[in-house]
Design a protein around this ligand. Sequence first.
Ligand code: EPZ
Length: 421
Amino acid sequence: MDKFVIRGGRRLSGEVVVSGSKNASLPVLCSSILTDKECTFTNVPDLEDIKTMCKVLESLGVEVERPRPKTVLVRANGLNVFEASYDHVKKMRASILVLGPLLARYGRAKVSLPGGCAIGVRPIDMHLKALARMGAEIELSHGYVVARASRLKGARIVFDNTTVGGTENILMAAVLAEGTTVIEGAAQEPEVVDLAEALVAMGAKIDGIGERTLVVEGVDELSGTNHRVIPDRIEAGTFMVAAGMTRGRITIQGARPDHVTAVIDKLMEMGIDIRSDNDGDLVVDGDRDLEPASVETVPYPGFPTDMQAQVMALMCLARGVSSVTETIFENRFMHVPELMRMGAKLEEKGRTVIVRGIERFQGASVMATDLRASASLVLAGLNASGQTEVRRIYHLDRGYEALEKKLNALGADISRERGGL
Ligand code: EPZ
């Protein structure tokens, strides 16, 4: 297993370009199942999770080509397999997003239950309940969801709690269903909006995009599309924090500032200066003393759970007491003991962590446990005195494209080395 060796204490400066969004790419790749025409997706990041999703689609019989970097051509012409295997789904839970499209297009699907992951149980009960309301017969058998539907029927779906994946699965099910589907309590994440816009470009009829209530008029068939995926707002937020960790000044190019307002507001509250220049780039000045703050993760447009670990690392350097409350996942504090090994003063109290400021992190050997926790350890390593080894960085490779190359181009000193269980 690879590890990062980070020599900390170097100020970041220069420009960095944000890659395409992982969490927008994954559902739009699945949307190709809804048509037999060719779909071209561009600005798709080169990540392990994208490779896994392409393998899932190929296992269903979808033709997948990657003619050039960041471009994926897909064509679901006459699928003959309707099963997403445990091997794929256990590796990446987003594989569950083939369920809605398979049911909508072919009326049948057998998808492994995702099982839990490091950050929580992550059930799919809301997905299944909604599909059943649309007329699907759902059976749980030997760890698989086995679903059938002669033709899905439009229905009124109410999500009592926000589910990004649930909204995406039902949206893809609804676009080919018979009649009208109303999704109340829909997730409003930019990735959901991007999927909806790709579906509309394919001929779907969706009203209320970006709102809490989506209204979908089912159509008989969809065309292909050529869709450019939105930039990754979590990668953009991670680089903003990196500037704050190193008192650096960086320009983040290619982000959508309107997708990261809650993150920008919080970081500015802590003292970092962030502004959009006339090219729409984000100019981040982290050469400031950091003020403490409190943050609670909530669904979009609030502060994103995927930035929780990163902002906690930053709060460790603030002059005072901060707090982080995680309301989305039940076990998303695994970075806490690892940050404490680097000198952080953290106290976990249920869903809240109290953060007391320290002067500087101390380099140490730490273990990555999930994608965003790994990012927070790298960020702490950028600040730390001495050397930090972040092990099991395959977690990072799932969701950050060439992170060490981008950070080193900004002046960091990170090497990727073999070994380090
Ligand atoms: C998406 O996961 C993202 N993944 C996650 O990003 C992100 O953290 C999450 O949304 C929240 O924003 C992708 O888009 C591929 P949810 P998803 O359904 O769809 C519970 C990353 O780091 N729930 O919105 O799985 C669930 O357990 C990843 O890039 C149910 O109880 O998230 C969680 O506590 C991590 N029943 C909460 O809702 C359900 O049927 C939110 O889950 C569905 C969800």
